[in-house]
Design a protein around this ligand. Sequence first.
Ligand SMILES: C[S@@+](CC[C@H](N)C(=O)[O-])C[C@H]1O[C@@H](n2cnc3c(N)ncnc32)[C@H](O)[C@@H]1O
Length: 199
Amino acid sequence: MSWIQKRRSDSYYQKAKKEGFRSRASYKLIQINEKFNLIKNGRKILDLGASPGGWSQVIASLNQDGLNVAVDIIPMPPLSGVIFLKADIFSPDIGEKLLNKSEFGYDLILSDILMHTSGDKSIDHANSYFILKRILEISNMVLNENGKVLAKMLQGDLTENIKQEYSKQFRRVRITKPPSSLPSSPEIYILAEGFSKKQ
Ligand SMILES: C[S@@+](CC[C@H](N)C(=O)[O-])C[C@H]1O[C@@H](n2cnc3c(N)ncnc32)[C@H](O)[C@@H]1O
């Protein structure tokens, strides 16, 4: 990491500390949301890979009249306005667990999930591909018609493939990268809008 990038990343870290956010990741969601206006008050929103809760803080403040469910395999300190579920998205009963928290499904699924990075670019990319595939399966279990997904992926050979997979079920699929995400990082976000359930 160059010193300029380091200074930038540190400045978001400092900003998060000063503004009371649990992680610098909050700014990624704030910036994406400013651009695409995804989080609307009164909706049912699912935050996957939520701990320590930086995204959930942003979601809860914008969706005060809606339902906010956060999921992670590790615990998350309690957050007002957020229901936390400790679960692995790959567990076979995840759909049932999620529907127990929101009987009528979800309007928006957000995922900032990242598996432990191995340092090997192609392995990390492949893992993030499997996460995106799993999120598509979860969408078929719990996402409402016309719903949206925003999910982190590490860019690589399979990015186009996953875009195509999502395009089979979403009207519009785009890639975005917020200014607070380091340009040197392969991290991107897939934004998929206009969901139709598999028949
Ligand atoms: C980059 S962090 C999320 C940061 C969070 N969005 C925030 O703003 O504070 C990625 C999270 O994904 C979680 N995670 C990784 N694999 C997971 C899985 N299979 N199921 C659920 N959560 C998972 C990790 O435990 C970690 O907390």
